[in-house]
Design a protein around this ligand. Structure first.
Ligand code: THU
Length: 139
């Protein structure tokens, strides 16, 4: 895995661009995410809200879905960075943590950042210590 400062510097501009395309007329809270796997290709997502609030899609899960649609194999994503504008770091929600756990590599990390210099970092065990993991076949 690449060193944290290097991967954060690489992913952050992608997540910032994605956040600028956020569709968030209800919360006015822009979120952007960028993920990369072993070959370094970057996939992005932003939050996409809906008038039926519960249909809102988070930036992190949209980025992961883009990676899967782009051909990344499940379990090979090594870094995911979430960006929110402003000076407060926003940790990923519980639903996104469950999806990250299933889709990301065993040795991977999730990074949250904002416009300041604060970066919060979690390993897979740290962001979801007791995951729900039923038996699954390859889907
Ligand atoms: N949101 C995300 O995109 N990711 C998270 O991890 C937490 C919340 C979005 C959903 C909604 O559009 C807005 O932030 C406010 O909750």
């Amino acid at each position: 895995m690449k060193p944290l400062p290097e991967i954060a510097a690489r992913l952050k501009p992608h997540a910032q661009s994605a956040a600028s395309r956020s569709y968030s007329p209800y919360s006015k809270f822009r979120v952007g995410a960028a993920v990369s796997g072993v070959d370094g290709e970057v996939f992005t997502g932003c939050n996409v809200e809906n008038a039926s609030y519960g249909l809102t899609q988070c930036a992190e899960r949209n980025a992961i879905s883009a990676a899967i649609a782009g051909g990344v194999r499940v379990g090979t994503l090594t870094s995911l960075l979430v960006y929110t504008p402003g000076d407060t770091v926003c940790p990923p929600c519980g639903a996104c943590r469950q999806v990250m756990h299933e889709m990301m590599a065993r040795e991977s990390r999730v990074i949250s950042c904002c416009d300041g210099d604060v970066y919060k970092v979690w390993t897979r065990k740290e962001y979801l210590p007791d995951p729900f993991v039923p038996e699954i076949s390859d889907g």
